[in-house]
Ligand binder design. Sequence first.
Ligand code: UD1
Length: 432
Amino acid sequence: MEQYIIKGGKPLRGDVVISGAKNAALGILAAAIMADETVTIDNLPNVRDINVLLQAIEGIGAKVDRISDHVVKINGKGIASVDIDYEYIRKIRASYYLLGALLGKYKKSHVALPGGCNIGSRPIDQHIKGFKALGADVKIEQGMISTCAEHLVGNHIYMDVVSVGATINIMLASCLAEGKTIIENAAKEPHIVDVANFLNSMGANIKGAGTDVIRIVGVDKLHGSEYSIIPDQIEAGTFMMAAAATRGDVLVKNVIPKHLEAITAKLVEIGATVEELDDSVRVIGDKRLANTHVKTLPYPGFPTDMQPQITALLALSKGTSVVTESIFENRFKYVDELNRMGANIMVEGNSAIIDGVEGFTGAMVSAPDLRAGAALVIAALVAEGFTIIDHIHFVERGYEAFEEKMEKLGACMDKIDVEDEKAVQKFKLKVG
Ligand code: UD1
């Protein structure tokens, strides 16, 4: 098992290059199996979730050729099975995109049912509602969800909640259905647009992605394509928060500034300087920032995947801030860990009430999930002394070379092996 060790107190300075968007890549990889021709995907983030999904895809018989860390070729011609077992779903929920992709292509799929997770219960009723509306029979038995249909036929589907996953799954299944599908109250996240653009590059006919009404006209088949994934807005946002928290000056490169507007607006509101350039943003945090209120909302609102990181930042700001989580029910588990580092945060219902403190002190803490782990890294970069963060496998699900990118910005951060008794000592000697 590995841990991060961080000596805090150094402002981050320099450039960081953002990787491809994990959440877009998950939908795109599932979509890639829907053609019988080769699809080449570039700007793939080299993170654990992606590597697990590639194994799942290979496991059902697709040809997966990893050309390099960031490029993969996939050919779905040889797919021999439509069964995805629990081993994959347990590691990565988004394997359930294969439900929609396989249903669209082969008119059947058999995928282990995802359970809840560390951020709360996560129903998939809207995915099921969509598949049924397209004419599929959907059954849940022995922990598996099975779909099958004679024909899939387009339909008018109104989503009861705005769901990224259900919107993508229904887009996948319906692009090879007969006739027209309309998804109303669709999610509008940049990765929805990216998955739709990718499917269109394979010959699908999807219009309106990025608005709340998506119109899909089914086609007979999809063909090969070459596609480059958009940059990861959450990875970018995390570095932006880290720059502001450490009172640094960081140029966050390879981003689409439009996707970062909700994050940029909050940083500016509390007093950080954010300069938007063509495909980068520069964040300068030269003073203690002010308080604010934040409520997570579907895009273009403030992303729930940035909630822990901004909470870490506001815990250091002047005055009292309130952060309200409106997407997931249990996303404040990390607050106790931040409090162990000296933060003063109280959780009441779905809000965190934050009394800003002047600084944190290093401690031994544990990452409860992916984005909360990133928030603990931000806190540790600011904290006086050494912090050790456990369970970093969560963080590695979604951040490529996190410690290397942080180190390049001047952070004293390393990954150590728990078994190596001398690792802490070696790190302390190295950083002084
Ligand atoms: C995706 C992202 C995740 C992000 C989340 C919200 C991926 C792989 N993951 O997750 O990082 O935090 O969007 O931006 O892209 N819901 C239902 N029924 C459903 C589906 C969802 O009630 O059938 C509810 C959920 O419980 C949640 C809300 O809808 O309260 C939003 O969930 P959803 O957008 O589906 O999140 P994911 O796609 O799982």
